[in-house]
Design a protein around this ligand. Structure first.
Ligand code: NAD
Length: 324
């Protein structure tokens, strides 16, 4: 299979590239290196089945050329990270909505199998746990720019599903819950690499809010397995939305304690009010737990790696000095 990965120089994209090349597929990447990093893909550059273009999704000519020789597109490029979203909402909305629009237009021209990356953020302020793909969605007010990420990703979902219904394009939407593993940068507010780095330096681990908010952390290798399985099964999965995440729920306080334990660190836990960490009035979600029954039934997938395995892999990566 020839696969175009937008955002392929990012965290999930680089892991997906490695897995596709390892099984003999061809990979082309389009990435503007805004939050991604060329170091993530440097190892692939000598590979005969690998090509990349450092460019923006908005370059229609480049996107068209890459799509014209792809069987499938995995659209990961997006404005991501809490800080980016809160500080640069215009860029967030334009990248996510106009970028997905451009990708779908190119996919339609060449009839590409297409996966669109969405996020658990679209569940917004939902309190019915676990979250199922068909749940109603309640987002916060537009006055709080943090919600533009969820709203723009939701519009991406609508665009993708509309392309399936109106033009029979085999599009599948994936809602990633917190995905973690080696190579994820802590610069844009991602919690696990940030905690690991603080622990390795024996600095206080800064937990935002009271730390009793909970998340489920999925190893990126599990996430990549899910993407490969979905790519293979367009008949069963086109026109559908799938949660991809771990079912193991931990509070951020528990996460911090586990990181301290696994790194044998002298760090303490320091709570920082949301208003200091982000803009005043920042709204966080208390719980974010996926129902993964649907993807389990469709392709037999479930997350396998434990939180301890995830943390150990991130620690090894950071300790090798490979973290960005
Ligand atoms: P990432 O920041 O590492 O990857 C995104 C990539 O897109 C980066 O390499 C960046 O340079 C590139 N990019 C951004 N804007 C672009 C543009 N206009 N043109 C070309 N390239 C552009 O983040 P990630 O964690 O690998 O996320 C991949 C996808 O998964 C994103 O769509 C994100 O919204 C989604 N997601 C990730 C998580 C997670 O926990 N990692 C959770 C939910 C959703």
């Amino acid at each position: 299979m020839r696969v175009l990965i937008t955002g392929g120089a990012g965290f999930i994209g680089a892991h997906l590239t490695r897995a596709l090349l390892a099984r003999g597929d061809s990979v082309a990447i389009l990435d503007n290196l805004s939050t991604g990093n060329f170091n993530n893909i440097r190892e692939f550059t000598p590979h005969p089945n690998f090509a990349f273009a450092v460019d923006d999704l908005s370059n229609a000519l480049v996107l068209d050329r890459l799509a014209s020789s792809a069987d499938a597109i995995v659209h990961l490029a997006a404005a991501v990270g809490v800080f980016v979203v809160v500080e640069r909402p215009t860029e967030t909305i334009e990248t996510n909505v106009l970028g997905t629009h451009a990708v779908l237009a190119a996919a339609r021209r060449y009839r590409c199998r297409t996966l669109i990356a969405s996020t658990s953020e679209v569940y917004g302020k939902g309190i019915k746990v676990p979250f199922s793909e068909d749940d109603d969605i309640v987002l916060g007010p537009s006055i709080r720019s943090r919600w533009c990420y969820a709203a723009s990703k939701l519009l991406d979902e609508f665009l993708g599903l509309a392309a399936y219904r109106e033009f029979e394009l085999p599009v599948t939407v994936v809602r990633f819950f917190n995905t973690v593993g080696p190579g994820q940068t802590g610069r844009y507010g991602m919690v696990v690499p940030r905690f690991v780095r603080q622990a390795l330096h024996h600095e206080p681990i800064t937990v935002y809010g009271d730390g009793e908010q909970s998340r489920c952390f999925c190893h990126v290798h599990d996430t990549v397995r899910a993407l490969l399985a979905l790519l293979e099964q367009p008949q069963q999965t086109a026109g559908e939305v799938f949660n991809i995440g771990s079912n193991h729920e931990v509070t951020i306080n528990q996460l911090a304690a586990t990181v301290i334990e696994r790194t044998d660190s002298a760090s303490t836990i320091q709570h920082v009010p949301y208003s200091e960490a982000y803009a005043p009035g920042f709204e966080d979600m208390r719980r974010r737990v996926p129902d993964t029954t649907k993807i389990g039934k469709a392709v037999g997938w479930q997350a396998q790696k434990s939180l301890e395995q995830i943390i150990d892999d991130v620690v090894r990566h950071e300790a090798e000095g490979a973290g960005a």
